[in-house]
Design a protein around this ligand. Structure first.
Ligand code: FAD
Length: 434
């Protein structure tokens, strides 16, 4: 069976079997119960930003492409923020709030604190300076994707549970243009003498970092397409005259069978494991930070339960035997390594902006969430000291911060990958029974 993948995951030391076992038995069940909690289910996003690259793409009118926004009453008090207009009236000159826990308190903070938020009150003058340095540094060098300001106009809360990622019918020239632009214009090329497409054969003509970039994008693409195959609107008419949602093995085979994909399908499936390992490592690296996070919603009991559940989940993440090694990437202090990292960052940032060109709202929602999650993983892996985990001292010194949007997108993006690895097992079982 082409989907029974064997051996090592490319550019990693870990095997497919190890990930399957670990994910399906330990990670997947924990994430399933964690991601339905209030902190993680409400995602703030702007789905109406204009496409910055081409003007002529209209939104699709297919029913399954639409996204149901949340009413304000639904959102727990600790997550909710004042609306843009309201906030502008009261806090005209404050800087935009980047912080998660502190973000909840910023509105109680007086203007004399230079707009750095409530955290500013608790730190000394010297660390204030370091903090400002970090803030400047982080904004300019460690942001790998376009993260929207929570307080900007057009942001709305979406309940991810009532807008699941599944088949929407979005395809044709618009979807093709997005993927083509991502692969042909924003992934790295092997160089002269090779065609415009990256294939498993010419991938080895590139350095590790450029291969990793392609594998991460391709793995994300695989995950999106596995989800649409796992929840597909079958054309069979039921007694109500509508289609039926179910798993579609034929669609899965069309997308990944080597005979129908010029031999590439199994490689694309393996890339799912690559991006899974990348995000898993980011979670492990950020564990000391995430273990201190309050996951504040204003509902005390629930917040405590979520803190405990996250700690339990992170203990499993840390126990994974064979983590992705980010420390071998962008090594060397020379200009070459720096330039490569900057290109890597710019290319990924561009891809996150392309998400505003996706013509289907549901696909745009999940595309944005997953690229933001991957961008957050890259920020964790490639900013600061790449060799070590984030130490408690860094966390205490506020050298490292994540916003609520970053945390929610990181956990949910990894949840999508975990679900894809789990779904793959179902496809394997179905193939075996054929
Ligand atoms: P596509 O998936 O469009 O692929 C285009 C080409 O890319 C293929 O012909 C192949 O050469 C290559 N390719 C395919 N897979 C890979 C891979 N893993 N790695 C490398 N190259 C690959 N549709 C939904 O129904 N639900 C969704 O939630 C959804 N979300 C989307 C989110 C985004 C950001 C985008 C851009 C599209 C989304 N779509 C979604 C559309 C879906 O991904 C496909 O584009 C669509 O189903 C048409 O599929 P296709 O067969 O033409 O091939």
């Amino acid at each position: 069976c082409f989907c029974k993948l064997e051996g090592r995951i490319d550019d990693c030391t870990c095997s497919v079997d190890t990930v399957d076992f670990f994910n399906n038995n330990k990670i997947y069940p924990r994430l399933k119960s964690l991601l339905v909690r209030n902190y993680f289910r409400y995602f703030k996003v702007n789905l109406n930003r204009a496409c910055p690259f081409w003007p002529d793409d209209s939104k699709c009118a297919i029913k399954d492409c639409s996204v149901k926004a949340c009413s304000e009453e639904q959102i727990p008090p600790g997550i909710k923020r004042p609306s843009f207009g309201e906030r502008n009236k009261n806090t005209a000159n404050k800087s935009l709030n980047k912080y998660s826990k502190e973000a909840q308190e910023e509105d109680n903070c007086d203007e004399n604190h230079g707009g750095l938020g409530a955290v500013d009150k608790t730190i000394s003058e010297k660390s204030k300076e370091d903090f400002k340095q970090w803030q400047k540094h982080d904004d300019s060098q460690d942001i790998f994707c376009e993260i929207e300001d929570e307080l900007s106009q057009g942001m709305q809360y979406v309940d991810l549970l009532i807008n699941p990622e599944k088949y929407t019918g979005y395809k044709g020239p618009s979807a093709r243009r997005i993927w083509r632009s991502i692969y042909e214009e924003n992934c790295f090329k092997p160089g002269k003498g090779y065609g415009p497409y990256t294939t498993s054969k010419n991938l080895n003509a590139m350095c590790l970092e450029k291969r990793a970039f392609y594998r991460a994008i391709s793995g994300l693409h695989t995950s999106i397409n596995i989800h649409l195959c796992a929840q597909y609107l079958m054309p069979i008419r039921n007694s109500f005259g509508s289609g039926e949602w179910s798993i579609n093995l034929k669609e899965f085979q069309r997308r990944f069978d080597p005979q129908q994909t010029f031999g590439e399908g199994p490689q694309w499936l393996k890339n799912l494991y690559f991006v899974y390992l990348l995000e898993l490592r980011a979670l492990a690296k950020a564990a000391p930070y995430l273990e201190r996070e309050l996951f504040y919603t204003g509902l005390d009991e629930e917040d405590k339960e979520v803190q405990m559940a996250v700690k339990d989940f992170l203990s499993i993440v840390k126990s994974f035997p064979d983590h992705f090694q980010e420390s071998v990437m962008f090594v060397g202090k020379d200009e070459g390594a720096k330039k490569l990292k900057e290109e890597f960052r710019q290319h990924f940032r561009n891809i996150s902006r392309i998400m505003d060109c996706v013509g289907c709202d549901k696909c745009r929602l999940w595309g944005k969430l997953q690229t933001q999650g991957l961008g957050t993983a890259m920020k964790i892996l490639f900013s600061g000291d790449q060799d070590s985990d984030l130490h408690m001292s860094d966390v205490k010194k506020e050298k490292f911060q994540l916003t609520r949007i970053e945390i929610v997108s990181l956990f949910n993006a990894f949840g999508r990958l975990s679900n894809s690895v789990y779904q793959l097992e179902n496809f394997r079982k179905m193939m075996k029974e054929l």
